[in-house]
Write a protein that binds this ligand. Structure first.
Ligand SMILES: [Zn+2]
Length: 198
């Protein structure tokens, strides 16, 4: 089997520009020690493209919003025991995957919290959304999704099926799914434990 994601290729400079900020968001904000994914929402008003919000894959509390029992315990433990406790908890992959909130969901919530209308906007997210995130994107009325070909091509085989399903669902709802073909420059990214330069 070969990985041939079915996405429209785009090369306009503005896509490189917004992907640059999306990678920065992932690198700076993400809590994930293995794969840092950012997401941004952009809306065109007249001739101006405006960035509404930025997000990344983060833990639910992000040390500020400890709502559930588990989150509170996690937050308390990290505050009292320091960074080692944080690293130790995050190295438990099952725990981490169960806790981590995905960048797509985070950025949609963030834009709404700022009072922006999300419907009709473009989402930049270098990778391909998982099926639940694709659902969030469709429900939010996002009309365009721009990924980065260099990152999409790194998708491990175990995720091909679910990412293909997500793409099919998005396209059925009329979301334009694209990938920028070109290098971004001046930014680092972490994918599957490997630092690379998009
Ligand atoms: Zn997701």
């Amino acid at each position: 089997m070969e990985w041939k994601p079915n996405l429209e290729i785009v090369t306009e400079e503005r896509h490189r520009f917004f992907l640059y900020y999306t990678y920065i968001a992932g690198w700076v904000i993400s809590d994930d020690p293995n794969t840092k994914v950012g997401a941004t929402l952009v809306r065109k008003t007249g001739t101006v493209y405006r960035m509404l919000a930025r997000g990344a894959n983060i833990l639910p509390s992000n040390f500020e919003r400890a709502s559930g029992e588990l989150e509170r315990a996690f937050s308390e433990r990290c505050v009292t025991e320091g960074a080692n406790a944080f690293a130790e908890l995050l190295s438990d992959r099952a725990w981490k995957n169960g806790q981590m909130r995905h960048a797509e969901k985070v950025v949609i919530e963030q834009a709404k919290a700022y009072g922006f209308k999300v419907k009709g906007s473009t989402m930049y997210m270098p990778w391909i959304p998982c099926t639940p995130c694709a659902e969030e994107i469709m429900q939010a009325g996002i009309v365009e999704l721009i990924g980065h070909k260099a990152m999409i091509m790194k998708t491990p085989e175990r995720w091909w099926e679910s990412t293909n399903t997500a793409l099919e669902n998005l396209k059925k709802t009329g979301v334009r799914c694209c990938m920028y073909d070109g290098s971004i420059g001046n930014v680092f990214s972490l994918f599957n434990g490997e630092i690379w330069t998009p």
